[in-house]
Design a protein around this ligand. Structure first.
Ligand code: ADP
Length: 474
């Protein structure tokens, strides 16, 4: 089967979060199952772009409102990612430093979607399935079915994967002329709450909708940033498929970012060496349990609770713990986390920014990972932590519910709590601290979690089953 993925991010080319990890890994596993998989993304000015060789495979043009745009599709020449990888350049709109965060993001991503659909309509062959990711590609199923010039694509099944329903890419109706001439009888497919809503439109128009964990799929029917009724209505074509992790990239045995490679067999010694290095680098106390947080510093992740929870944990635990935070996001939270360094020198540190290498070193060296998320569609951090022998402390929501079992259960291996609150976080840190005081139990859990199989094998098959049902139904 031939599958085309359309996404804003793809690891290692361009990453802002879990979407990149998924789009960089799932295609490799799909190829292993015997499929031909291609990925297309917008052109961003990243190191990967400059470090690799590209060939131009298509040039085209389109009108968006009253502006004329030329686009170019380039393909990475050496199959470095393990699948065919294409970037779309649109003069004046793409080819920028950052993936997101520009005033004209709406124009940029609509244009990206038009260029992909236009290219697809002119391609000499057709993929069996077009798999679009998040709102940045959510209008493509609509365009394939209802834009007159792309009618030749109407029969191709489409699948939308929602990595995060908080972000929907809404735009005012005065931008409806951005889209190539479309059947006005289908206006309702674009609309949600008097706006053009690309995510909602994708849910309505895609042949199948998936999200990145079964628990998150269930949650969307009562908490979906305004789309609850839509998910309730469309539930028959929706399914939750848990993300996997790329077990080649995330492998303690071969990871070149970490000081000492290890396996579950020598987890105790291996983690000790990595912890020592991490603690030395960040002026932390190696003897004390090390709690880390890695991620976006935003409300969804309950990041603003970190400073008060850390303050309270230090008070109640008489500074018997260490914290190391890596992330970026809300400037107020960033400032607080930076300021705390001088208050708690020797057992607290933070690095504001994005640092892939440090993230690997933290998963390898830490004892516990904190994830107090309010919303967590799947969450990859807890799975990386498990694989690196770091015990996750999570709020039971979305994918965290599907992947972490509390130590109070017979088969448990993590620490779970119910409320995104300072008290629940501190209580969980206390529980973790008690666990840390029992080294034998710690090591037994570390061995166990390193052997949990969260790789893509099973999920890649589940996606294949969804594709197959769609292509059979054609
Ligand atoms: P989300 O996509 O909502 O941000 P996920 O848990 O699905 O959250 O994925 C987050 C990914 O981004 C993980 O690979 C995590 O290690 C990485 N990550 C997030 N913030 C940082 C950072 N500041 N530095 C390095 N890696 C980060």
């Amino acid at each position: 089967m031939e599958i085309l993925h359309v996404s804003a991010e793809c690891y290692p080319y361009a990453k802002a979060g879990g979407l990149a990890d998924v789009v960089g890994a799932l295609p490799k596993y799909q190829q292993d199952l015997g499929n031909t998989v291609k990925v297309v993304v917008p052109m961003h000015r990243t190191k990967f772009l400059y470090d690799n060789e590209w060939e131009t495979i298509h040039k085209g043009a389109f009108m968006m409102a009253s502006s004329f745009f030329e686009y170019t599709i380039i393909k990475e020449k050496k199959n470095k990612l393990g699948f065919d990888f294409y970037c779309v350049d649109i003069y004046g709109l793409l080819d920028r430093e950052k993936i997101y965060g520009y005033d004209d993001d709406t124009e940029r991503f609509v244009a990206f979607q038009i260029a992909v659909t236009d290219w697809l309509s002119k391609w000499e062959h057709r993929p069996d399935v077009v798999h679009v990711h998040d709102h940045h590609a959510g209008l493509i199923p609509f365009m394939m079915q209802h834009c007159y010039v792309y009618n030749n694509l109407a029969a191709i099944p489409t699948i939308l994967t929602i990595h995060n329903a908080q972000y929907q890419g809404c735009m005012d109706w005065n931008k409806s002329n951005f889209l190539p001439a479309w059947d006005k009888g289908q206006l309702g497919l674009l609309d949600w709450d008097n706006k053009i809503n690309p995510l909602a439109c994708g849910v309505k128009c895609a042949s199948a909708v998936t999200t990145v964990s079964p628990a998150y799929m269930a949650e969307l029917q009562y908490s979906a940033n305004g789309l609850e009724k839509l998910f309730e209505y469309e539930k028959e074509k929706c399914v939750g498929i848990l993300n996997g992790i790329d077990s080649v990239v995330w492998n303690t045995k071969t990871d070149t970012y970490i000081l000492s490679n290890f396996t579950s067999k020598d987890v105790e010694a291996g983690k000790k060496i990595n912890k020592k290095k991490l603690c030395d680098d960040f002026d932390l106390d190696y003897e004390k349990p090390l709690f880390i947080y890695i991620g976006r510093l935003v409300g969804e992740k309950a990041a603003e609770l970190l400073p008060p929870a850390i303050n309270k944990a230090f008070e109640t635990l008489d500074k018997k713990v260490n914290f190391l935070i890596l992330g970026s996001g809300d400037p107020a939270v960033e400032k607080q986390l930076e300021r705390m360094r001088s208050n708690y020198f020797g057992y607290y540190n933070s690095q504001i920014g994005y640092n892939e290498k440090l993230a690997h070193q933290m998963y390898a060296g830490a004892d516990f990972l904190l994830m107090p998320s309010r919303v967590e569609p799947c969450g990859l951090n807890q799975m990386y932590a498990l694989r690196y022998g770091t015990i996750p402390i999570v709020r039971s929501t979305g994918g965290l519910k599907d992947t972490v079992v509390d130590i109070s259960e017979p088969k448990g291996y993590g620490i779970c709590f119910n409320n995104a609150s300072v008290d629940d976080i501190v209580l969980s840190i206390n529980r973790a601290n008690d666990l840390f005081a029992d080294p034998k139990k710690m090591v037994a859990i570390q061995k166990k979690i390193m052997n949990i199989d969260n790789s893509w094998d099973k999920s890649a098959e589940e996606y294949f089953n969804v594709y197959q049902a769609l292509t059979n139904a054609k």
